[in-house]
Design a protein around this ligand. Structure first.
Ligand SMILES: Cc1cc2nc3c(=O)[nH]c(=O)nc-3n(C[C@H](O)[C@H](O)[C@H](O)COP(=O)(O)OP(=O)(O)OC[C@H]3O[C@@H](n4cnc5c(N)ncnc54)[C@H](O)[C@@H]3O)c2cc1C
Length: 328
């Protein structure tokens, strides 16, 4: 490990002022420390943000919920407002990691966790995300867990988070604070596709700190589902996951939202696919049409063609579950 300095500021402004080239904020450390031990990340300064006042969950004036960036994944999943009003989010969080990890992992850190691409972790191999311009070992290598949608020549990695798939469907907002002040980023715009710059996972600029995640009023509590398909029963990252949310009028869908995890560099949504649900009876045929549209243009790699069919079936199953009522 590269030597690094360590600071533990008490105030947000202090933390931001301390940040410079080579700095990293550290929250739960469940991802950052692994990446440092593997020599993938080599920060020269760690800014421990655990003393910052970012642990509250509060109602917003608009009727939504503001979640501090340091609220742990466990606390969030079991918070009464979340289980009652946003069960989709609770279910997605609980589908990830382990109880011990969820106790440590923070809301902000979950958004910024690194990809689980084997080659990203293996510093003996080229990886454009780790070393821009070095090449992508996964394209022609082992690529069973990799992207089928939105990838580029330079990178086929996927975003590994479960929580983010639910936040995409809920259309959360990410609140950040940095040297240029505060701003709010729509969840859809927060993570990017790899394009020519796979080293950029998101739109945060140097020194920006996530301070909170805002949930809008609509939680789709009555009709939602999170389905995660993985290699073993628990404690694994998604091969494919689906967050589905419906607003129903009897057995007719007023509007629906679907996001996929494990298939792209960011949670994958498509407006045209969701429009296919509006005004339709909640039936397998309509779900299959939405699935087909959402997966249109999928470009599987040598080892992961199975993901296309897996995703298609998972979308239909998640929408069926959501139409039947929220699974709590
Ligand atoms: C064995 C294992 C299994 C896992 N399984 C799953 C799973 O199935 N599903 C899933 O979704 N996740 C899984 N995870 C990932 C886990 O959810 C993340 O490691 C965790 O959410 C990261 O949060 P953290 O607070 O520990 O982040 P840290 O490790 O502290 O930080 C992660 C990154 O975020 C940055 N950062 C942290 N907080 C902020 C902030 N407020 N503002 C700006 N930058 C910040 C850090 O600089 C760093 O780059 C697993 C992890 C492990 C180790």
């Amino acid at each position: 490990m590269t030597p690094f300095s360590y600071q533990r500021p008490e105030r947000i402004e202090q933390a931001i002022a301390l940040h410079g080239p080579g700095s990293r904020y550290i929250a739960g450390g469940t991802n950052l420390l692994d990446l440092m031990k593997e020599n993938v990340l080599r920060p020269t300064q760690l800014i421990d943000i655990n003393r910052l006042p970012l642990r509250d969950i509060e109602d917003t004036r608009e009727g939504g919920l503001m979640i501090g960036a340091l609220v742990s994944n466990a606390e969030l999943a079991w918070h009464p407002q979340i289980t009652l009003r946003y069960p989709l989010l609770a279910k997605a969080i609980l589908a990830g990691a382990s109880p011990q990890l969820r106790n440590m992992a923070s809301t902000g850190g979950n958004l910024l966790q690194g990809t689980r691409c084997y080659y990203f972790y293996d510093t003996a191999t080229p990886c454009n995300k780790r070393e821009p311009g070095s090449g992508c070992s996964a394209r022609e290598g082992r690529n069973r867990i990799h992207a089928i949608l939105g990838a580029s020549e330079t990178c086929v990695a996927v975003h590994p988070s479960d929580m983010c798939v639910a936040l995409a469907v809920l259309e959360a907002q990410v609140h950040v604070c940095g040297p240029q002040g505060e701003r709010r980023i729509a969840f859809e715009d927060f993570h990017g596709l790899p394009g020519e710059h796979p080293e950029r996972d998101n739109v945060l600029t140097e020194g920006e700190l996530i301070t909170a995640i805002e949930l809008p009023v609509e939680g789709f509590a009555s009709h939602c589902a999170y389905l995660k398909l993985l290699d073993r029963a628990s404690y694994a990252f998604a091969l494919v996951s689906v967050a589905a949310a419906l607003e129903m009028d009897g057995d007719v869908i007023r509007r629906g939202r679907i996001a996929l995890g494990g298939v792209a560099h960011k949670p994958w949504r498509l407006e045209e696919a969701e429009e296919l649900l509006s005004g339709k009876r909640a039936e397998a045929e309509c779900f299959a049409a939405a699935a087909e549209r959402l997966l249109q243009g999928a470009q599987p790699l040598a080892d992961n063609a199975f993901k296309v069919d897996l995703a298609r079936r998972a979308i239909v199953r998640a929408l069926t579950e959501a139409a039947g009522g929220a699974v709590r």
